[in-house]
Design a binder for this molecule. Structure first.
Ligand code: AMP
Ligand code: GLY
Length: 410
């Protein structure tokens, strides 16, 4: 099977790594990719968000499957264009991807499907904002009602900050605060049925102890030893399947990954957000534990044949990833710093490239805020964590920073 992956981050490197390990995958391409991805796939300088360019590339390469990583190409209609051209695609249509792109659409779907989530109000002016802050009380949760790559949310006890964020965003969703540990569950969907991958947890704040600004994610681990044994079954039954059913009723059959961001509250799991793509960096650890070959699995989703595919298996043990971030990430990351030490990693650890580039002289340099994902694995979360931190200690990059408490209290 010839496969094309769209995207250029750590998540796409993890997807490419897993696809390259699938014996059914005979040829692997990625657009645009990055220097790490180029070690396992042929990369192509094509704009990921241009439906015409991506479709032309897929047709030229004669691929049997396109896997779309980030949300921007989904919202731009890349999956629609591919399917219209008869190319099997893992990724929802632009209309279905609104489950991520529009917080108010997601709330409507959840309400109609009876999915447990925070009570919420969509507000378009200062008066509505003030009333909603009053109604739900602190901590205040204020979300931009548009695509914000996981960065458009402010959770604060400071009313002035909540008001300022609402004003800056224009249209916002204000909601009740959900109290409980957060987790991410990815369901692979084929338009009819769905299968869950193993749950993971990520760490969104920039600094140790959950302090500092929100980021795309500074690390992650799987499995979650603290979660109830039936958590995944509960989430499938109460959240994923009703949501897919409601989307189907609206004429928006969902093909791709439905990412449920959940809080495990005293009343059970409740949805914080949906995403229409794999989570980053949770994917890096979940795919490390996935035993079922990824290419065949995603192809079954893209072709509506998941029901006949058979069970999805994960390997025993755990994986932890720690993000190496650039100086001044997330505010205004510095680029162009030289990365060294990648050739001397301990066993049971490896590096996925997130924001890297090759300089004309061949040096590997930073090219984004999140630069590398260092992944460690082992029989337990503690051992996987030790491997990941042993590995990151051997990597040097001027100005870099990482959290030292990823998966520390598990
Ligand atoms: P989102 O972009 O919706 O994932 O929000 C980013 C982060 O804000 C989440 O991962 C949570 O940590 C936090 N958050 C969002 N909504 C809520 C909520 N209703 N209650 C508690 N925390 C929330
Ligand atoms: N790790 C959070 C996200 O991908 O949005």
């Amino acid at each position: 099977m010839r496969v094309l992956v769209i995207g250029s981050g750590g998540r796409e490197h993890a997807l490419c790594r897993a696809l390259a390990l699938d014996p059914q995958v005979s040829e692997l391409h990625c657009a645009p990719g990055n220097p790490g991805i180029a070690q396992v796939a042929t990369t192509h300088a094509v704009a990921a968000t241009d439906p015409g360019q991506v479709t032309a590339l897929a047709e030229r390469l004669g691929v049997e499957l396109v896997v779309i990583g980030p949300e921007a190409p989904l919202v731009a209609g890349v999956a629609d264009a591919l399917r219209a051209a008869g190319v099997a695609c893992f990724g929802p249509s632009a209309q279905a991807a609104r489950i991520e792109g529009s917080k108010s659409f997601a709330k409507q779907v959840m309400t109609a499907a009876g999915v447990p989530t925070a009570r919420a109000r969509t507000c378009t002016d200062a008066e509505q904002v003030a009333a909603a802050l009053e109604e739900f009380g602190e901590p205040y949760v204020v979300k931009a009602d548009g695509l914000a790559a996981g960065k458009g949310v402010v959770v604060t006890r400071d009313r002035a900050e909540a008001l300022a964020h609402a004003k800056a965003c224009g249209r916002v969703v204000i909601e009740e605060f959900l109290d409980g540990p957060e987790l991410s569950l990815f369901a692979l969907c084929d338009g009819g049925t769905a299968v869950p991958l193993q749950a993971a947890q990520d760490f969104k704040r920039a600094y140790d102890g959950g302090r500092g600004p929100n980021t795309g994610g500074m690390g992650a681990y799987t499995p979650l030893p603290w979660a109830p044994a039936d958590l995944t079954a509960q989430v499938m039954e109460r959240v994923v399947l009703p949501t897919l059913g409601e989307l189907g009723r609206r004429g928006l059959p969902y093909v791709g990954v439905l990412y449920a961001g959940l809080a495990l509250t005293a009343d059970g799991p409740k949805v914080i957000e949906f995403n229409a793509r794999f989570g980053d960096p949770e994917t890096q650890v979940v795919l490390d534990r996935l035993e079922t070959p990824l290419g065949g699995l995603l192809h079954a989703c893209a072709t509506g044949t998941l029901a006949a595919f058979g069970p999805v298996r994960h390997r025993e043990g755990a994986a932890v990833t720690v993000v190496l971030a650039a100086e001044n990430y997330p505010a205004d990351p510095v680029k162009g710093d030289v990365i060294e030490g990648l050739d001397a990693l301990p066993p049971d650890a490896y590096v996925l490239h997130a924001g890297t580039a090759l300089r004309p002289d061949g040096a590997l340099v930073s090219a984004g805020g999140r630069v590398l994902n260092v992944v460690g694995s082992g029989p337990t979360v503690a051992e996987a964590r030790a491997r990941a931190y042993e590995a990151i200690a051997r990597i040097t990059m001027r100005g870099s920073h990482h959290r030292t408490d990823i998966a520390a209290d598990v």
